[in-house]
Design a binder for this molecule. Structure first.
Ligand SMILES: Cc1cc2nc3c(=O)[nH]c(=O)nc-3n(C[C@H](O)[C@H](O)[C@H](O)COP(=O)(O)O)c2cc1C
Length: 189
């Protein structure tokens, strides 16, 4: 059971999404015991450069190797746990840089006459979502959870569960309620 644990918050120990993603991984470890093989990709530490034409065209050997490593890591994972903070209505740009490396035609998706088909196989994705305000499930200004879900679906992964703590900058009481609700969701995994 390969578990890919990704974090992207810049807030270190004060991060809500890191706390949630770590608790999800702990829960999975309890569930799968010695079978659980965890790889942690910390995007605040490991810097993935933005795509450039050289990288895209395979003219940068070092970046091609990194891209292949990230892609294979994603393909190999049985479970992906993503700590995703909302930054300016979207994702941390480091997480977008990761998305740009794993969305590769012929590897994680392909186009057919019927449209796009995902190739990333059977996987479960948990999104540990944190946001300062409250947006709910279908806000037109939420480009964070929606983008992640779309990308995972596009690569063929339909089993995407969102564990969300929101309103975390709206006062201690609201934050506490949000954390308690998210933790209950984690306990039910
Ligand atoms: C650069 C930055 C941009 C943010 N933009 C938003 C935003 O657009 N909407 C929102 O509700 N909260 C926003 N927040 C608040 C964060 O979503 C909130 O603090 C969340 O807990 C961040 O995740 P983390 O605790 O894992 O770092 C922003 C915070 C930062 C640092």
């Amino acid at each position: 059971m390969k578990i890919l644990h990704i974090d992207s918050s810049i807030m270190g120990d004060a991060s809500v999404s890191r706390q949630l993603s770590a608790n999800i991984v702990k829960q999975l470890q309890q569930k799968y015991g010695a079978e659980a093989e965890i790889q942690h990709l910390d995007l605040a530490v490991q810097h993935i450069p933005h795509l450039s034409s050289q990288i895209l065209m395979g003219q940068d050997a070092e970046q091609s190797a990194l891209g292949e490593q990230l892609l294979q890591q994603y393909l190999d994972a049985d479970v992906v746990v993503v700590g995703a903070a909302m930054y300016n209505f979207g994702l941390p740009s480091t997480l977008k840089a990761w998305i740009d490396r794993i969305s590769v035609a012929g590897r994680t998706f392909k186009y057919t006459e019927q449209g796009a088909v995902g190739l990333a196989g059977e996987k479960k994705v948990y999104i540990a979502s944190s946001r300062g305000g409250v947006y709910g499930d279908d806000s037109p200004v939420d480009y964070q959870e929606g983008l992640l879900k779309t990308v995972f679906n596009f690569t063929g992964v339909t089993d995407v569960e969102i564990i969300r703590a929101e309103g975390v900058n709206m006062g201690a009481e609201i934050k506490q309620q949000a954390m308690t609700a998210a933790q209950a969701q984690i306990q039910a995994i």
